[in-house]
Design a protein around this ligand. Structure first.
Ligand code: PGA
Length: 253
């Protein structure tokens, strides 16, 4: 059975270099004891190099929160996929709802996915609805969002794609989505992916859940929600909590 994946999206946290090194060090120490789980930390860009260590446990990986859609050249403030790859980054988040709210469109997310996979890294592609209603309009929204986000991607690239289902209403909220609903929604996004790229790609693609995951709910979201892993925001920089979260996931076996 494939290992589960716990990805920590640090966002703009912590504020200082020293604090970032401490979070990375502690996360590495936890990762050294895992059997069934891989852990990825996604620090702010300036902290990435400091989070890489020579004596890194195999279960500990480095990710980035975004990437430029440009290959390189004169683009002030941008960071290219090749630069990230040269820093030992293996995973890059694309299409996070906060990045979408700040201007990323389905089309730009699609181009970013292209850059990430061309550079040999794995794209963690976030999708999710803003609201839900009884008529199921969120399902139509998601279907369209997934179709448009993957419009420019060729089927051979899907091996390097992970889907992160993150209902926007559950991000930064008090409660996560109920695990039973996570299960339903993960099946739905897999089905939409299979409709685009074929049965095998849909079967193989890993689906993560994100949105208010903490050490209390992580185990049930994996067990009942039957997802392949978690995309964790706040709790990933909250050390006692993240340690418990990872342990709970690893203990599921
Ligand atoms: P949260 O963030 O865990 O703080 O809700 C999740 C995310 O935005 O990926």
């Amino acid at each position: 059975m494939a290992k589960r994946l716990v990805i920590g999206n640090w966002k703009m946290n912590p504020e200082t270099f020293e604090a970032a090194k401490a979070v990375a060090r502690k996360t590495r120490a936890i990762s050294a004891k895992l059997c069934n789980t891989d852990v990825v930390v996604c620090p702010p860009f300036p902290f990435i190099a400091a989070c890489v260590s020579r004596s890194q446990p195999p279960a500990f990986h480095i990710g980035a929160q975004t990437v430029s859609l440009e290959e390189g050249g004169a683009h002030t403030g941008e960071v290219s996929a090749k630069t990230l790859q040269s820093l030992n980054v293996e995973f890059v988040i694309a299409g996070h709802s906060e990045a979408r709210a700040a201007g990323d469109t389905d089309e730009t997310v699609s181009r970013k996915i292209g850059r990430i996979v061309e550079a040999g890294m794995i794209a963690v592609v976030c999708v999710g609805e803003k609201t839900r209603d009884e008529n199921g309009s969120h399902l139509d929204f998601l279907k369209k969002q997934i179709r448009k986000t993957f419009a420019g991607i060729s089927p051979d690239k899907t091996k390097r794609v992970i889907l992160a289902y993150e209902p926007i209403w559950a991000i930064g909220a008090k409660e996560a989505m109920a695990p039973e609903q996570v299960y339903e929604m993960s099946l739905f996004v897999k089905k939409v992916f299979a409709d685009i790229f074929g049965h095998e790609a849909g079967h193989k693609v890993r689906v993560l859940y994100g949105g208010s995951v903490n050490f209390r709910n992580a185990g049930d979201i994996i067990k009942v929600g039957r997802v392949d892993g978690l995309l964790v925001g706040r709790e990933s920089v909250n050390m006692p909590g993240f340690k418990e979260l990872i342990r709970a996931v690893d203990a599921i076996g």
